[in-house]
Design a protein around this ligand. Structure first.
Ligand SMILES: C[S@@+](CC[C@H](N)C(=O)[O-])C[C@H]1O[C@@H](n2cnc3c(N)ncnc32)[C@H](O)[C@@H]1O
Length: 232
């Protein structure tokens, strides 16, 4: 394991807290988060980029439920999930034959995928966990075919009051009832979930070889969805 990956795992353990619990919650919340609204977006924006036997990559794939679901829906498709947290990889259940997981640190990923071979990619709630996403976006650009697409969905910068109201009982934050540990956890996560704005993500994509086709904000502006296409 490289020094960088050790650093990544230490950072993620701090951000995720109890990793096994998070892996369990990620599994349990899958159907709710990857609901019909999500699949409509996927069908509308991502499937038009499919070739006859599509290759799809899920960046920061957690316990691999998206690659499993995608592979089950499309037997002719190959789905590859990329993940580095051991507690997430341990939570991967049996995958269909056309789905697999690779262990790789996205901070400086070298994906085992040929140039121009990938039709579509997902980066769901992962870019905000990276110290820098530039190397990942450049590596993804290498792997995507021209016209291949990336769907990004993630927490984006929001004002403190909007964030606090979404995460806790706002009154408790200020009435002295919250312990120092609880407050620290809340405010550290505020910073971690406020890494990039929607405009920052557009800027990053534009500078790494992508054209942004669509953007959408939800959850009072705290959550963004962007669809980007690899420029030729
Ligand atoms: C919030 S979870 C989202 C999981 C999944 N994409 C989903 O939407 O359910 C973010 C995932 O990205 C992974 N991740 C974060 N930084 C990473 C890195 N540098 N390399 C590989 N995986 C990373 C985390 O371990 C975690 O599983």
């Amino acid at each position: 394991m490289t020094t960088r990956t050790r650093k990544t795992l230490a950072m993620l353990e701090k951000h995720h807290g109890d990793g096994e619990r998070l892996a369990r919650l990620t599994r349990e919340g899958f159907e709710r988060r990857y609901n019909e609204d999500f699949w409509v977006v996927w069908r509308t924006w991502m499937e038009p980029a499919y070739s006859e036997a599509p290759l799809v990559v899920d960046l920061g794939a957690g316990p691999g439920l998206f690659v499993a679901a995608l592979a089950e829906r499309h037997p002719q498709l190959r789905a590859v999930g990329v993940e580095c947290a051991p507690y997430m990889l341990d939570a991967v259940a049996d995958l269909p034959d056309n789905a697999s997981m690779v262990c790789e640190d996205l901070h400086d990923a070298h994906l085992p995928l040929a140039d121009g071979s990938v039709d579509a990619a997902l980066a769901s709630v992962v870019l905000h966990e990276l110290n820098q996403p530039v190397r990942l976006l450049l590596e993804l650009r290498r792997c995507l075919k021209p016209g291949g697409r990336l769907l990004v969905q993630d927490w984006v910068r929001a004002p403190l009051d909007v964030y606090l109201r979404s995460q806790s009982d706002e009154a408790r934050v200020f009435d002295g009832a919250m312990s120092a540990d609880e407050l620290e956890n809340l405010f550290v996560h505020f910073i971690e979930h406020n890494r990039f704005s929607r405009g920052d993500l557009v800027y990053l994509l534009n500078h790494t070889g992508f054209a942004v086709l669509d953007t959408h904000l939800s959850k009072e502006g705290r959550y963004a969805r962007l669809v980007a296409e690899r420029r030729p």
